[in-house]
Write a protein that binds this ligand. Sequence first.
Ligand code: CS2
Ligand code: MN
Length: 387
Amino acid sequence: MALLQSWRWYGPDDPVSLQDIKQAGAEGIVSALHQVAHGEIWPIEEILERKKIIEEAGLKWVVVESVPVHEEIKTKGSQCELYLSNYRQTLQNLAACGLQVVCYNFMPVLDWTRTKLDYVLPNGSKALYFDWVDLSIFDLFILKRENAEKDYSEKVLLQVEKRFNQMTEAEVQLLKENILMGVPTEGGVTLEQLTESIEIYKKIGFDGLRENLAYFLQSIMDTCQQLNIKMTIHPDDPPYSILGLPRIASSKEDLLHIIESVDHPSNGICLCTGSLGANPDNDAVEILKAVGHRVYFAHLRNVQKDENGNFYESDHLTGDVDMAGVMKELVAINKQRANSIPFRPDHGHQMLDDLNKVTNPGYSAIGRLKGLAELRGLEMGIESMTN
Ligand code: CS2
Ligand code: MN
């Protein structure tokens, strides 16, 4: 039984069509109702409508990514119980429609963060990029966070002023937009909201956020058990604290803590090799070996870091992540499962015709098609060596 080749589809407004996805060779669709405001209950009719569109194209909706966790839950605010009950209801509605693998993240305020969305590679294709100096420019001069300089190395601080002074106003604006941007169809946050959240999370801290995640998981586990739903937490991206915000899903130790703190088979992990790979201390193969029994979904992509910790998203098979090692392990884990583990090429380069199109950052068609093709070849190669 092979892994389940999947593809993220943002819904009918996605510039990449279901037909394109079929041509790319994926069978499974990863999708979400991005139109529903965070924290609201997903109506059954809308879930069924999305499902129908996917199935009419001859594909299958296999993972829900994401059912966003409302900030009131992450911060355990006064409305926490209301949003927990909404979350449970959404899970019930999803299960009623046959959807049983759910991805989510527990990153404060921001989802993934990059400083540049069009980093040009030597071959002319474009990739997403994270640069510490650019992040510190945002932090020190745009957000103007109190004591922010304490969080950056001397090397970064030596460059920050000079680079900032050389930037045009449009470049500053773009940097700001890139960092504040959320999931494309869900909208981002404002500087004011971010500053407010940073204050709230300062009080919560690392331990507090861990406790809030455990509380969230405990309060949904019975529902998940009844419905046979597998929750999969997406690792922090990048996998370290930024802008003074705590991060609790960044390392092997974090992920082990998460699955042990609420020790239940429904409390699972989405293995995102690209997210984890951005931290030099993380070894994706070792992490997969440690938590593999709880991995129900995988995002396969690669990153290339430089000596200062900046990174760009590299080709799927080449970069700092040992993708062959990950695939070997994933194939072995998959063999012990009743259902194939779905994986998707997480992000791809903007390349060929897509360079002239408006695409969702990281989610253009051709780069992901290439990624998926390479990954399935890798899987097939590994299978043929081990059989
Ligand atoms: C995705 C995330 O684009 C990506 O990097 O992996 O946006 C992911 O969907 C969320 O973090 C999961 O909640
Ligand atoms: Mn991912």
